[in-house]
Ligand binder design. Structure first.
Ligand SMILES: Nc1ncnc2c1ncn2[C@@H]1O[C@H](COP(=O)(O)OP(=O)(O)OP(=O)(O)O)[C@@H](O)[C@H]1O
Ligand SMILES: [Mg+2]
Length: 230
């Protein structure tokens, strides 16, 4: 799916903490199928901007438009329901449950009827499907604790995808991964962008970004400029 719809527009976002003007009238635009890699100084405001998008912080002023509509994101749950998924460095999975159960954790579909039995067939079928969409080979019946950190991260991405995330945000996804695992992650990111998902992730060095991606280089106060990788 190649379309240039604007998924997200953050306009004039301003945010101060006591003694720090973290974001100064920041504009940020993300289109469907785009990947933005955030780079820049410590304290430049990258995480603050992401947290405002995720509903964790509220901006002091400015507005957020999702697919053109002004939107208020008062908390993280609302953000998720609006299709914004954030994956943090500390992964948020239950080690003893299977991959499939983790993907549907807290959002299990139920069968019709009084008993409200979980529709495990649906859970397993859709979990397999989502792994296929990511082009990864992970046993969806294996307990999460048996997976590498890289595969656990992939399960988080699968979870986002299973619930139609439109914007996927990753906070330093590559910091603990090996070369091969980074390659797999970038491959999955490429699959997602083909499907129209907009992706924002915190990179930590230019050299790791695949070519042709958009780098957003942050100075202080959330000021950033755009550059393409070679
Ligand atoms: N909850 C908070 N309370 C007070 N100050 C904060 C808070 N969160 C962020 N800040 C301040 O806001 C500024 C921007 O911080 P932010 O974490 O967004 O930067 P960053 O670009 O993510 O940095 P890093 O590269 O270190 O992750 C910093 O000066 C930081 O100290
Ligand atoms: Mg940060």
């Amino acid at each position: 799916m190649e379309n240039k719809a604007t998924l997200l527009e953050m306009r004039n976002i301003d945010k101060s903490f006591p003694g720090v003007h973290a974001l100064k009238e920041v504009d940020f635009v993300l289109e469907s199928g785009q990947v933005h890699i955030l780079l820049g100084e410590n304290g430049a405001g990258k995480s603050t901007l992401i947290k405002i998008l995720a509903g964790i912080y509220q901006s002091d002023s400015g507005e957020i438009l999702l697919e053109g509509s002004p939107t208020v994101i008062p908390d993280a749950r609302t953000g998720r329901d609006l299709g914004i998924s954030v994956i943090y460095q500390e992964l948020n999975l239950v080690p003893d449950l299977s991959v499939a159960k983790n993907i549907y954790l807290g959002r299990e579909p139920v069968l019709p009827g009084f008993l409200k039995k979980v529709d495990w067939e649906h859970v397993e079928r859709e979990s397999r499907e989502v792994m296929k969409r990511l082009d990864v080979d992970i046993d969806i019946l294996a307990p999460v604790r048996s997976l590498s950190v890289a595969d656990q991260q992939m399960v988080e991405i699968a979870r986002a995808l299973a619930f139609d995330c439109k914007i996927l945000v990753m906070d330093e996804p590559t910091s603990s991964l090996s070369g091969h695992e980074i390659h797999e992650l970038f491959n999955a990111v490429a699959r997602l962008r083909e499907q129209g998902v907009g992706i924002i992730y915190r990179g930590f060095c230019h050299a790791q970004a695949p070519s042709g991606e958009l780098l957003k280089l942050f100075n202080s106060g959330g000021n950033h400029f755009l550059r393409s990788t070679a």
